[in-house]
Design a protein. Structure first.
Length: 274
């Protein structure tokens, strides 16, 4: 008996977005399952930001279908997306650098204690919860009271991921989480991206780095000038081929030929003049 395929957490089917006569996104399809990482790759201007904004509820799509848990929907705003279990971590992270880690962890969703005019922030709960949730994700910070601005870029990304997991996200959208990081910090972030996947979340990883995508990804969607230039499962493509398609393939080869220095007839390749 064949086991039915699991229902996708979110599915975009031939989704398009237009700004007047400009086609920002055209006929893009994406499927995200629980416990999987779907990578969206493309250079600047490929349409990645527009795709993020549609999934996050910032913009409405103009054509195609957007399904959440199998139900066709149009998100009204980012709060609507959060209520449906879609959390987006943007590249700039939107943290308050001088506030402690625990304060940023609960920013906008602070628990309180007491009633009426005696209601105050439950600081103890926030500190303890932040510490335990970070440890659960394998993040051992020295002190959750330290300003989040003192953390490395990779550590701040990891706090944002743990926060999304704690607040019940089913789908985690990550906007270029390793773009401004070095090799070591990028590895740390990818480790926690994989941890979110292993916790049962569906992850959408937006990146322009095929090496990072291939390390953790299960599916790959390539965008070029707002349109899909490829869609592959991991077992259907190699890293070399993914990199070649991402780089433009034949276009890159043509550019390589153009940039090769031509050798004039009868002239040596090197100058042996002493």
């Amino acid at each position: 008996m064949t086991t039915p395929a699991p229902r996708a957490l979110i599915e975009l089917d031939h989704v398009s977005k237009f700004y007047g006569n400009i086609k920002a996104l055209q006929d893009v399809s994406l499927v995200v399952h629980a416990g999987e990482i779907s990578c969206v790759l493309g250079d600047n201007g490929a349409g990645k930001s527009t795709l993020i904004k549609i999934i996050a509820g910032l913009h409405r799509h103009d054509a195609g279908t957007f399904l959440i848990d199998g139900e066709e929907t149009t998100l009204a705003n980012p709060r609507d997306a959060l209520d449906r279990g879609i959390a987006t971590v943007y590249q700039d992270l939107a943290v308050v650098p001088l506030m402690p880690v625990w304060r940023n962890f609960f920013l906008g969703s602070e628990p309180t204690t007491g009633v009426g005019p005696f209601k105050t922030l439950d600081v103890r709960k926030m500190r303890e919860t932040t510490r335990s949730e970070l440890l659960r994700m394998g993040i051992d910070l020295r002190d959750v009271d330290q300003p989040i601005g003192t953390l490395s870029g990779g550590e701040r990304q990891c706090v944002a991921i743990a926060r999304a997991v704690y607040f019940g996200a089913k789908v985690l959208v990550l906007d270029e989480p390793t773009a401004a990081l070095g090799v070591k910090q990028s590895g740390v972030v990818l480790k926690y991206v994989a941890a979110a996947r292993d916790a049962g979340l569906g992850v959408v990883l937006i990146t322009h780095n095929p090496h990072h995508a291939y390390l953790v990804g299960d599916r790959f969607v390539l965008l070029k000038r707002g349109a899909m230039s490829g869609s592959h499962a991991k077992d259907g493509i190699t890293l070399d081929e993914l990199t070649r398609q991402m780089a433009g393939g034949s276009e890159l080869e043509e550019l390589s030929h153009e940039l090769q220095r031509a050798t004039s007839p009868g002239r040596p390749d090197t100058d042996d003049t002493p």
